[in-house]
Design a binder for this molecule. Structure first.
Ligand code: FHN
Length: 460
């Protein structure tokens, strides 16, 4: 008996100390289990990466947002739904997936030059098509003219480029015959359970056959069937953690007993971080006391490849500013790419990657490993800071006509030194105003791009 109590005590200690994880199903409603920021090295690395790439690739790239000569403005990867295509007809696309120009080493080179430190690729999106040869479906790469596993060389190339790889997996599946959006009958439930066995088998394939992959990024968790089967979702999270201790999971992995999506009834995110900031950044707060990530499209709302981009297409400055905003608020930023059906990266995305990368080469140290600096948002841009360092980075996006930046610092500090990050010989005149406010005079210096000034602070 003593032995049992001792081992129970040890287990509890390991559980709570390693990942700040509480006992399974911390409350009876199957709420969040990781209640504090994880402090282990894997999660620390995820946090320090700050900048990631998302890749949406599947059969939808072949259609490119068009069906039978008609253009659909919906997200390309939602074409089946937008155009009302039957399961059988859509599945015919499998015979056209032949990305002969697919060169993951080139993708990884583009990504690395852009400055990303991690990547998330869609292994299976809502359409159900698998980019790897899954034993549990025919709807995967071996059925295509291309035949080969897309993921294996992808993981290898990105890993060799020093970029951490994460796998996206959609719980929602428009192809699997046992999948149900809604459970109306006992037979539906049985079918859904069969589908779920397939999900678990596929996740096991992904976790065990690609051991370099650091984590899973779930999606499609909002469906009624999954919410109803919240216990399956809870078990799925535990299953992934058991298969790969230390794995990193986003909050879309499951729901709770009350049907909450993303966050439980007490507002705590599921999984290890809050990934619900999709095509938006948090607003109105200085920082958040949990790990989070925002993912962004280049055009308005296209993730997969669409032949025609309509509406506003983001520029490198916008992307850099979103990245700076996220870092200044203690979060990660992920930019999406939708590769072409031939395997090439769209020219606009290539150019964007180059431009952002050029900026990151000079200013990346203000992003990687940086965090919220504990200060108010300033009119000219964003403060970031490396934890434990006395330097403050000013990432400047908006220069007033006066060429003078107004800074508001904490009360107990003064500015000991300052310099342009791109050229440390360039320093600027500082004028103390009242209280903790200062003017930093840029003088006649003109800037063609957003720039960074490093401030060295001295405690009074
Ligand atoms: O429906 C998807 C969408 O296609 C895309 O994959 C995004 C990425 O976060 N997630 C879903 C919507 O939340």
């Amino acid at each position: 008996m003593k032995k049992i109590i001792l081992s129970l005590a040890i287990c509890t200690l390991i559980n709570t100390s390693s990942f700040a994880q509480q006992a399974p199903g911390a409350d009876s409603l199957f709420g969040a289990t990781v209640l504090n920021k994880r402090a282990d090295p894997a999660m620390q690395k995820w946090r320090e990466n700050r900048f990631g790439q998302f890749i949406h690739w599947g059969l939808y790239a072949v259609a490119g947002g068009q069906w039978k000569g008609k253009n659909y403005t919906a997200s390309a990867e939602w074409l089946k739904n937008a155009a009302g295509i039957s399961r059988e007809e859509y599945a015919e696309l499998v015979h056209q997936f032949d990305p002969i120009k697919y060169n993951p080493a080139e993708w990884a080179r583009i990504a690395k030059n852009m400055g990303v430190k991690y990547v998330i690729i869609t292994t299976k999106h809502h359409e159900g098509f698998c980019l790897w040869p899954s034993k549990y479906t025919d709807f995967s790469v071996p059925s295509t003219p291309y035949k080969k596993d897309v993921l294996q060389p992808f993981v290898k190339a990105y890993q060799e480029a020093g970029i951490d790889v994460y796998f996206y997996y959609s719980i929602l599946d428009w192809h699997h015959s046992d999948y149900r959006s809604v459970i109306k009958t006992a037979d539906d439930q049985k079918a859904y359970e069969r589908y779920f066995t397939c999900v678990k088998n596929q996740l096991k394939e992904l976790i065990t056959n690609y051991p370099a992959v650091k984590g899973l990024w779930f999606d499609g968790q909002w469906e009624e069937s999954y919410k109803k089967n919240y216990k399956m979702g809870y078990e799925l999270e535990q299953y992934c953690r058991a298969l790969k201790p230390g794995i990193i999971l986003n909050n879309r992995v499951r729901t709770d007993a009350e049907g909450h999506v993303d966050h439980d009834g007490k507002g705590r995110h599921f999984g290890d971080f809050d990934g619900s900031f999709e095509r938006r950044l948090p607003t109105g707060v200085k920082t958040l006391d949990f790990d989070w990530e925002a993912c962004m499209t280049v055009p308005e709302n296209q993730w997969g490849y669409h032949k025609i981009w309509e509406g506003h297409v983001k520029t490198a400055y916008e992307i850099e500013e979103m990245l700076a905003t996220c870092t200044s608020m203690g979060g990660n930023f992920v930019l999406n790419f939708g590769p072409q059906p031939d395997g090439m990266i769209r020219p606009y995305e290539q150019d964007l990657a180059k431009e952002v990368g050029a900026w990151m080469k000079i200013n990346g140290e203000t992003i990687y490993g940086c965090d919220n600096a504990g200060m108010e948002k300033q009119d000219w841009g964003y403060f970031t800071k490396k934890p434990g360092d006395d330097n403050l980075y000013m990432i400047v996006f908006n220069v007033p006509l006066s060429n003078t930046l107004k800074l508001k610092l904490p009360d107990n500090v003064t500015i000991a030194d300052n310099a342009l990050l791109a050229d440390s010989t360039k320093k600027f005149a500082i004028e103390k105003l009242y209280g903790s406010e200062y003017y930093l005079h840029l003088g006649n210096q003109k800037f063609a791009h957003p720039f960074v000034i490093t401030l060295r602070l001295k405690k009074d």
